[in-house]
Write a protein that binds this ligand. Structure first.
Ligand SMILES: Nc1ncnc2c1ncn2[C@@H]1O[C@H](COP(=O)(O)OP(=O)(O)OP(=O)(O)O)[C@@H](O)[C@H]1O
Ligand SMILES: [Mg+2]
Length: 331
């Protein structure tokens, strides 16, 4: 049963507000061989993706990987060259107004009206989506408070810092209470404190909203995501939970030993005992199926090597990324 019928504020046709829930277990986002070409460049290359409702999914990838292009197609701002994409069951090409009604987007390049203040920017979006003035005021106040902008609410946007504009942009994506939130680099340019505050807010939204975000920050993807898609040259090259991605890597334990007096003979001797021994700045990196710290330390002491520290390497998303793509994120 459909309880009520809303009117789409963009196309004025009836919107079955509860339809997504009534249709059962559909994915929030589904793409099949989604592709975007710009002349000879394949920016997004046949991406198959399923994002569950209530999931926080992150695209992690270097500059030019195709993150923004994918988001722009899902938000109906860019036509795919081929393939299909749907958001809450609505096809982005066939039913773009339905899609737009359900989504909120904070673009990579902040788009704000510089001569309007924070309230006015939020009102602009809220009214576009048909919010009543009471509801709009309540929601705007809540968002400005959360984003740490309430004290600057009456300032024209042109007077805000870059980080403050970023936070206002996220608030604007949320003002109409969308089902799905697309956040393209939500914390780019924020100071660590502001970044943490935004993370905490995004974390609070989890489950209630489906969120697709893009980021360059490994820590951000690790902290927030239910699943991560590592994207490189338009392709998803790895997909999984942060724990899955990390545990698929470094199956062989690895240890870093900071030491002095390491001679070539000692290193060669270690190489005969362990599968991988590399000399790195300030010490050694040793990998082997079974690593026994005491055994290594005893051996080095017996060869009169001075050890400053020894620690098992923890797998990080940075390692995963480098292993899969062969490059660092900002390359
Ligand atoms: N409108 C366009 N016309 C031509 N090429 C484009 C256009 N938009 C994007 N591209 C190209 O498509 C590729 C993917 O760009 P995209 O913006 O999706 O990357 P991204 O992963 O978001 O990168 P970044 O981390 O730098 O934001 C890049 O090579 C880019 O130059
Ligand atoms: Mg981008």
């Amino acid at each position: 049963m459909i309880d009520y019928v809303r009117r789409c504020s963009l196309c004025r046709s009836p919107v079955l507000g509860e339809i997504a829930d009534l249709t059962g277990n559909m994915n929030a986002v589904e793409t099949v061989k989604l592709t975007k070409e710009f002349d000879d460049l394949v920016a997004v290359d046949s991406i198959d993706l399923e994002i569950n409702k209530g999931e926080l999914f992150s695209f992690l990838g270097p500059n030019g990987a195709g993150k923004t292009t994918t988001i722009r197609m899902l938000c109906c701002l860019l036509k795919p060259t081929s393939g299909t994409a749907s958001v809450m069951g609505y096809d982005v090409l066939k039913e773009p107004f339905r899609v737009k009604e359900l989504i909120g987007m904070s673009p990579q390049e902040t788009v704000l009206s510089e001569r309007l203040n924070c309230w006015e920017n939020l009102s602009l979006i809220g009214k576009m989506y048909g919010l009543g003035s009471k509801e709009l005021k309540k929601k705007s106040e809540e968002l400005l408070e959360t984003m740490g902008l309430i004290e600057r609410a009456k300032d024209q946007v042109r007077k805000l810092s870059g980080g403050m504009k970023r936070r206002l942009s996220i608030a604007m994506a949320l003002v109409h209470n969308p089902e799905i939130l697309f956040l393209d680099e939500p914390t780019l340019g924020l100071d660590p404190q502001a970044r943490r505050a935004v993370w905490e807010y995004i974390a609070q939204l989890k489950v209630r909203k489906t969120i697709l975000l893009t980021t360059h920050y490994m820590e951000e993807a690790d902290f927030l995501s239910d699943r991560i898609g590592i994207i490189d040259e338009g392709k998803i090259v790895a997909l999984g939970t942060p724990v899955e991605l990390k545990s698929n890597l470094l199956k062989t334990p690895s240890m870093f030993i900071s030491a002095r007096n390491l001679t070539t003979e000692v290193v060669e001797e270690l190489r005969s005992r362990y599968s991988k021994v590399e000399e790195v700045s300030g010490g050694l990196e040793i990998s082997h199926e079974h690593l026994d710290l005491k055994e290594i330390v005893d051996f080095l002491h017996s060869r009169e090597v001075t050890i400053y520290s020894a620690a098992l390497e923890q797998p990080t998303l940075e390692n995963v990324f480098i292993q899969i793509t062969g490059k660092r994120l900002r390359d």
